[in-house]
Design a protein around this ligand. Structure first.
Ligand SMILES: Cc1cc2nc3c(=O)[nH]c(=O)nc-3n(C[C@H](O)[C@H](O)[C@H](O)COP(=O)(O)OP(=O)(O)OC[C@H]3O[C@@H](n4cnc5c(N)ncnc54)[C@H](O)[C@@H]3O)c2cc1C
Length: 373
């Protein structure tokens, strides 16, 4: 039976929750970091860690070990391929490795890791399946979709027309070798990149309507898109599965969300979901923790709760909303193979760098976040 009283209770120990826990524990606050899972654990994700996350990982002392460097992006269309370089290297790192490293970092900083299912949240605390945690501040870092979104009556939960699902599997084979490849199919897209240990991750996102008739069988869906798109068939033929089955996700709904709900500070995907094609969701989750930490500290220290909540909500909107909007525009193109091919024929060489600028933070903004957190 868990009974705790802390300064901050954080529900969810993904990249957002664990980063926030480490930052607040380093500031000397008592922190409970709650997750239903034991770590290390696998998770649906493309496992492409954007260069946006590197200064944060470095400041936290996270060593990414053998995670391969990814320096280029290749968009593979039906008739054309478009390649561009990243301004800084990204890394291919499994969630088994990264989430565990961040979770340990939070615990090393002094956060108390609690393995339990959170069953109710309010601004004063969290109810667990085996106890309660009272807290002066509660942070919601439970990811893109959870029971609390319904409990808090968040508007996006009711959206049935924009539901997408993710699928991921690890493979062995040719390897992507320093490149992330993006492939298009009707109603979705997928990305291919290497992670540590000689593994290649193939991970995609698809609109729910495309899954009708497959009865939850990802094998049958992947066979279908391989038959539809030649580049996909050629790519999959280079790999053998290294995992028994596919990992899938809760629904992914790209509707705007508030960064503070009923006095709960939302972190990471719970505060806003950027399209996965950017490979920037984990970086943004970590950045939102950096943005939130000083506002939460302010709420704890001087008690002007409203000012801290408004401050975080406004800063969050300013930093992330336009990036999310741009990500959706490009996803629209990438999930329509014929349209993508027409766009690739224009040979607009600056498209990649332009898109990167629109969906990522400036280096000096990240540096300021790191120093201010
Ligand atoms: C198809 C797809 C591909 C993607 N590919 C990439 C990529 O390549 N690169 C990238 O940067 N991002 C990618 N993303 C996005 C990325 O996965 C998320 O942005 C990131 O995981 C958000 O981190 P988070 O900490 O907010 O939440 P999460 O990582 O989702 O963590 C939430 C945590 O909360 C816990 N939790 C939830 N509910 C409860 C509860 N009731 N009680 C206790 N614990 C709870 C969960 O166990 C989990 O550990 C992808 C997303 C999708 C859908």
């Amino acid at each position: 039976m868990t009974t705790l009283t802390v300064d901050v209770a954080i529900v969810g120990a993904g990249p957002g929750g664990s980063t926030l826990a480490a930052l607040l524990a380093r500031r000397g606050y008592s922190v409970a970091l709650i997750d239903r899972d034991d770590f290390p654990r696998d998770k649906l994700c493309g496992e492409f860690l954007s260069y946006d996350a590197m200064p944060i990982a470095e400041a936290l002392g996270i060593d990414l070990g053998g995670a391969p460097y990814i320096e280029h992006c290749r968009v593979v269309g039906r008739g054309r391929t478009y390649a561009f370089d990243f301004p800084h290297p990204a890394r291919g790192v499994s969630r088994m490795f990264l989430d565990d490293a961040l979770h340990r970092c939070a615990a090393d900083a002094g956060a108390q890791a609690v393995t339990a299912m959170a069953t109710a949240v309010s601004r004063d605390g969290v109810t667990l399946d085996d106890g309660t945690i009272r807290a002066r501040v509660v942070a919601g870092a439970w990811g893109r979709w959870g029971r609390f979104d319904r409990q808090l009556e968040r508007a996006f939960v009711r959206d049935r027309s924009h539901r997408n699902f993710g699928f991921k599997r690890h493979y062995r084979g040719a390897g992507a070798k320093g490149v992330i490849e993006l492939y298009s199919f009707a109603g979705g897209y997928l990305g291919v990149n290497d992670v540590e240990g000689g593994i290649t991750n193939i991970c995609g996102l698809v609109h729910a309507r495309r899954l009708q008739g497959h009865k939850g069988k990802w094998d049958s869906f992947v066979e279908e898109i391989r038959a539809e798109e030649e580049p996909l068939e050629a790519m999959y033929a280079r790999y053998e599965p290294a995992q028994d089955g596919f990992l899938s996700s809760e629904p992914v709904i790209f509707r705007s969300r508030s960064a503070v709900e009923e006095g709960i500070f939302m972190i990471g995907d719970a505060s806003g979901v950027i399209d996965p094609l950017t490979g920037n969701g984990m970086a943004m989750a970590m950045q939102s923790a950096l943005v939130a930490a000083p506002f939460i500290a302010e709420a704890l220290d001087d008690g002007d709760r409203k000012r801290s909540e408004d401050g975080y909500r406004n800063r969050h909107t300013e930093l992330f909303n336009h990036r999310i909007a741009w990500s959706r525009r490009v996803a629209f193109l990438l999930s329509r193979p014929a349209l993508l091919d027409a766009a690739l024929r224009l040979r607009f060489r600056a498209a990649g760098p332009f898109f990167l600028r629109k969906t990522r933070a400036d280096r000096d903004v990240i540096a300021k976040m790191v120093s201010g957190s």
